[in-house]
Design a protein around this ligand. Sequence first.
Ligand code: CBH
Ligand code: ZN
Length: 408
Amino acid sequence: VVVAYFHLQTVMGSALTEKKGILERLAEGPVIGDGGFVFALEKRGYVKAGPWTPEATVEFPDAVKQLHTEFARAGADVMQTFTFYASDDKLANRGNQAHSKFTGSGINQAACDLAREVADKHGGLVAGGICQTPSYLSKASKAEVQQQFRNQMQVFIKNKVDFLICEYFEHIEEMEWAIEVALESGTPVAATMCIGPEGDMHGVTAGECGVRMARAGAKIVGINCHFDPDTTLAGLKKMKEALDAAGLHPYLMSQPLAYHTPDCSKQGFIDLPEFPFALEPRILTRWEMHKYARDAWNLGVRYIGGCCGFEPYHIRAVAEELCEERGTKPLASEKHDMWAGGLKMHTKPWVRARARRDYWESLCPASGRPYSSALSHPDAWGCTAGDERLKQQTEQTTEEEIQKLAAF
Ligand code: CBH
Ligand code: ZN
């Protein structure tokens, strides 16, 4: 009875009182982000690799909602709207029919509905998300690029998202244009670039990128995608040093890949020969996620989440590592005793013997691939904004064009 009473209080409390915003939550302790939507939903058959656009919000709303639910149960405090690459130009790029079938605003609206429904149920926040555009890569004007952002932003404002995330920008200039538009919403803005310690694609250092994001008005700055946790945190360390030197103190945010990328150069995992259909041998284990969460927290990162490759169980590991700092365990820990404790119930004694922390912490897992090498040789074409081959075009890529590119 007592438990039921407290539960009722909590539910009523959250409905009646204003829920804490992102900046308040960050001031209090760690905030856990969600994981990789395009990658997870691609594997489940709801997103196409290549365009990576999120029309699944309209086509398969149950699948998108289920993934939000799984991340929420895993401990994510934030539900990012599944609006990645949902700018109008990207939805109509190189033969993609998403825009003519569904409209950009329809896809963005459905994403807001799904994120809100799950966030409200779990006491989480909704973050509207925008990212880099093919227009920028095609050298469109600032006004044209900002129009792409504004079309998405209109939907976010109408739906009263709790804050905004400008993520996945490889050029600081386009990021600044995005932050400028995001600030028009009046909500806090988080900004993460998909860069490593080498900085952006125009040669701006990681430190300078951090400073410019903060000066542009982002209250939360950091890095997402393209690199593994170690490399991402090395980039964030550079950002932190430059921010400290400039007397700026935004919250730091990391949402790295769940793939090991020690062999990647500036462009990150996009350049790997295994990208995107053979990355599996590189996936981090849940135990490696414990280490990521601890390292990030020790560096002073407050917003800790994931990007491509992060499945709900990876986020659960992050939330379990930080359970003392957060004062709570994720719902999904109901099915996961800390440090392999569940194995105590295994029938086979040698498996029961693995029910201990030091076993999993010191294990170096075998890949089972005797012919695999540890590292790959990344492509490094070095083409970026302005290159003819990156241009937005609505027509499909021809077979002839593929042959030409393959011979390059
Ligand atoms: O879907 C998501 O999780 C988003 N929050 C971030 C996606 S980062 C996607 C990278 C796509 C790379 C490509 O263009 O090939
Ligand atoms: Zn990603």
